[in-house]
Design a protein around this ligand. Sequence first.
Ligand code: WTA
Length: 654
Amino acid sequence: MTHAPSADDRFAPSAAFAAKAHVTADQYQAMYNASIQDPERFWAEHGKRIDWIKPFTKVKSTSFAPGKIDIKWFEDGTLNVSANCIDRHLETRGDQTAIIWEPDDPKDAAQHITYKELHRRTCRMANILETMGVRRGDRVVIYLPMIPEAAYAMLACARIGAVHSIVFAGFSPDALGTRINGCDAKVVITADHAPRGGRSTPLKSNTDAALLHCKDSVKCLVVRRTGGQTSWADGRDFDYNEMAMEADDYCAPAEMGAEDPLFILYTSGSTGQPKGVVHSSGGYLAYAAMTHQYTFDYHDGDIFWCTADVGWVTGHSYIVYGPLANGATTIMFEGVPTYPDAGRFWEVCQKHKVNQFYTAPTALRALMAHGNGPVEKYDLSSIKVLGTVGEPINPEAWNWYNDVIGKGKCPIVDTWWQTETGGHLLTPLPGAIATKPGSATLPFFGVLPVILDPQTGVEITTTAAEGVLCIKDSWPGQMRTVYGDHERFEKTYFSDYKNYYFTGDGCRRDEDGYYWITGRVDDVINVSGHRMGTAEVESALVAHADVAEAAVVGYPHAIKGQGIYAYVTLMNGVEPSEDLRKDLVKWVRSEIGPIASPDLIQWAPGLPKTRSGKIMRRILRKIAENDHTTLGDISTLADPSVVDHLIEHRMNKV
Ligand code: WTA
């Protein structure tokens, strides 16, 4: 049994890396200070990184005041987002690859789409949408696999001033229907089938089912991906591939206001139905582009790979908008990390000579369980920067990423942000900031994180602090409202702690001022009056040599208030036993302390995860509470069958 690597380790960028980086340590301090002391001036300068049709004269008009929540950046400027992502690169890099598309099946050829081709395809898609009656301000739902047409569709909407709302292709017909109705979409764009991990999802028939619950006027544009069979409703369904052959190669970009919405993206919170997060055109794009360049230290000619799906905000900001605004080459991957085997990510890195690789800790943990064999087959020497997103990374996974993938020479950027924030808020800059495994380190330019006492709402001003994470002032990438419900926007994010944006995350700041996300506040367990971060217990469990993955939730405990319930996935080949159970409890006690001892450990061959890899704690909490009759919608899980297994073997049978 190995001891857990220490989270106190520090990893400074090498002198060689820093010498070539956009931002060094001194520059970071100077730029950060400037951004906080005079945000107007800082953002007036950095707002110019995108092309404006009419330049802005006003920079920042933002208020977090109760009853007056109002966020506007660059408000009198006009621009077109698709022209920023495509047209402005045509002269200098028209023949450069904009998108590398890597299909699900490695036996199929990858596609290299140049900026010129991206322009042609986007214009055609824009013209098709106009033919179908889509006008400026109309909403278009995109329900597509990870194919280039998803990017064309996003950019085509932006080109004509329509607002897109992407629904992840793993969502059920019900969820799709709710979202189509929620934003009153005029058109839904889908494909016949979506291949993924060797299996296929019938997207068109899902869409047919969803549309049964939508207005008759909603039209459907169908992209051919597999050529597989679909039913067809004349008058409602439109054939993309046929129309694209006829469509004109040029469509003039619409002149849009900086504050015109670019997209809506539904995301779940701790209460109620998913909310439609609304992002702007100008501020969002400037922020996505700037964070993409600095966080990943992106340089012209680099090949950038973000493994997310465009159905999530990470895909919006770091597959499409940020990279393309910067004239990058961005990879779109249709598949999954373990198909056809656990070496797929690394095979793709070798094949396309990836320079920056950005993924989720959960994927790393899944791959770690397969050992180093699948990695060692490939040449990963092109990689310069590694990134993580979506959840706290445990030091075990961090060290594996660092040693086995990065060979100890690639800075790891642990990026903390949210659908609501549009881009990174806490992240190391790889040439500037020494990292500590598991910490998202320091704020990005212009970001003022504060830690509040959760009970009193008072800001804790000592360097070392622990509490809830709030942001004190606006940044250009911030969401502007909840679609159709500004009141809910205020209630969700600005009412628990007045005059602050409340992130919903717990956070610790260490003596060096580094930020450590402890998990959603709603996931915090209160054990015998002690606050326990589920992420912390999980990290300890995963540090055990026999554990591949762990998820921890609270459950009602007669004596302690809440007890700790742990779901544990063992490494391949390890057999569960009572001895191992005891050993794990002992291990956690020794890693964190007796208050962190799991009360119940359930062996879990698989954990319920969304297709994006997020563990569905809501479901685990219900099972732990022995309340599994009301699990809610489990159709969005990557593998809903794991739930039955967990229920059957639950530990908390009353
Ligand atoms: C969590 C994903 C720790 C956090 C971009 C946040 C993280 C939520 C990190 C947002 C990170 C995201 N370390 N936790 N680096 N990144 N989170 O909206 O709880 O899908 O509030 O956006 O994920 O998830 P969302």
